[in-house]
Design a protein around this ligand. Structure first.
Ligand SMILES: Cc1cc2nc3c(=O)[nH]c(=O)nc-3n(C[C@H](O)[C@H](O)[C@H](O)COP(=O)(O)OP(=O)(O)OC[C@H]3O[C@@H](n4cnc5c(N)ncnc54)[C@H](O)[C@@H]3O)c2cc1C
Length: 345
């Protein structure tokens, strides 16, 4: 494969609130983590589905929005310097001769560790695909469902499809570097944030980008490379717009994805665990948060936090039986405080 292999103590699949809190709990025990998520930012459902909505049942937080909770979890995990592999799916899992696990991502990052934690929620958020007839013909070379590097679009003609936050954000953010941007939306109201919609419309008013209300009705190009996109507007006009890359942002759906093929016991889309350890049927593989199931399971953030705390201790004992585990409280244990970088405070 020729790719560098990273080694760590714990590979966490999913950067939802529960995966993030597991980094903190693991860090208290001196364990290092690599995290994988196929979204381009951490936060799972809190960020993707309700960033602005208040959550009322996090202990000691009378009200905290999805975004604030994730920002605080990131800050809480930061002393332990986790490594994030974002915009990629954990694709394959293999047991190595030394008993460790190897996870390979869809961007061919290879990570080895004695402990794998599946904190995959309801599964990976994957882009909904538009229903264009010739989609498959152009998908590989000319259609992107996420922006990995903005540089790729420098000077290029882009057709962005959608009216939600991603479509609006990328229209605004790519406007200074792209060639020409055409935003296509099927109606004149936008689902995304009001402020971003206003910014986008201001750019359109200045002639920096084009907005067309209507639908994409044909894709034209050669050998998988788009040249033009045909748009039929709500008024019935047919436009042909030059296009190097099309970026459809039509929302996300959730799929358990490759984890379903990993030989773990599944009960519908949930991974069965032993509630004393959160270990799955495979040694060294644990599951916490919304993805795991056991008789008294409640799918809430607070239960996921508890599961993370129990799981890291069980996983530590399994993977490092000869190491002494730092026990006690964060308020009084000096080893833990050194790890947190607050020893003299
Ligand atoms: C509208 C709404 C309101 C809610 N309100 C509350 C509330 O008030 N209180 C409360 O406690 N809970 C609430 N919840 C539920 C709460 O959001 C979930 O319990 C919580 O997000 C579960 O966290 P998690 O970390 O287990 O999973 P998630 O937040 O689902 O994160 C899982 C992450 O794993 C990633 N992933 C999955 N598979 C892979 C893979 N193979 N490769 C790479 N990445 C992968 C996904 O992309 C995702 O980012 C609400 C949920 C919704 C939808």
């Amino acid at each position: 494969m020729g790719h560098k292999i990273a080694t760590t103590d714990m590979i966490i699949i999913g950067t939802g609130p529960v995966g993030l809190f597991a980094v903190f709990e693991a860090g208290l025990l001196g364990l290092k983590c690599h995290l994988i998520d196929n979204l381009d930012r951490a936060g799972g459902q809190c960020i993707e589905l309700y960033p602005e909505k208040p959550i009322y049942d996090i202990p000691s937080r009378p009200a905290v929005t999805g975004q604030e909770l994730v920002d605080d979890l990131m800050q809480q995990a930061s002393p332990f310097d986790p490594t994030f592999h974002l915009s990629q799916q954990a694709e394959s899992l293999k047991k190595l001769d030394n008993g460790h696990w190897r996870v390979t991502t869809t961007r061919e990052h290879v990570i080895d560790a004695p402990i794998v934690v599946v904190a995959a929620g309801a599964g990976s958020f994957v882009a909904k695909k538009p229903p264009y007839k010739k989609l498959a013909e152009f998908e590989e070379k000319s259609i992107d469902y996420a922006v990995h590097k903005m540089e790729k679009y420098k000077g290029k003609n882009l057709v962005i499809v959608g009216g939600g936050d991603s479509a609006l954000d990328w229209a605004v953010n790519l406007a200074p570097i792209a060639g020409r941007i055409t935003l296509v939306h099927r109606r004149e109201e936008f689902r995304g944030a009001y402020d971003t919609a206003q910014q986008m419309l201001a750019l359109a008013a200045k002639g920096i980008l084009d907005v067309e209300y209507g639908n994409v009705t044909d894709l034209v190009g050669v050998d998988g490379q788009l040249a033009n996109v045909e748009i039929t507007t709500l008024k019935g006009e047919v436009l042909n717009v030059a296009c190097d890359y099309m970026l459809p942002f039509m929302g996300l759906k959730v799929k358990l994805g490759p984890i379903a093929e990993w030989g773990l016991n599944l009960d519908r889309k949930n991974v069965e665990v032993n509630p004393e350890t959160f270990e799955t049927t495979q040694e060294g593989i644990y599951a916490i948060g919304d993805v795991c199931i056991y008789p008294s399971k409640i799918k809430l953030i607070l239960t996921g936090f508890y599961e993370a705390a129990v799981m890291v201790r069980a996983a530590f004992k399994y993977a490092f039986p000869d190491r002494k585990m730092a026990g006690g409280y964060t308020t009084t244990n000096t080893v833990i405080q050194e790890r947190l970088g607050v020893a003299d405070k």
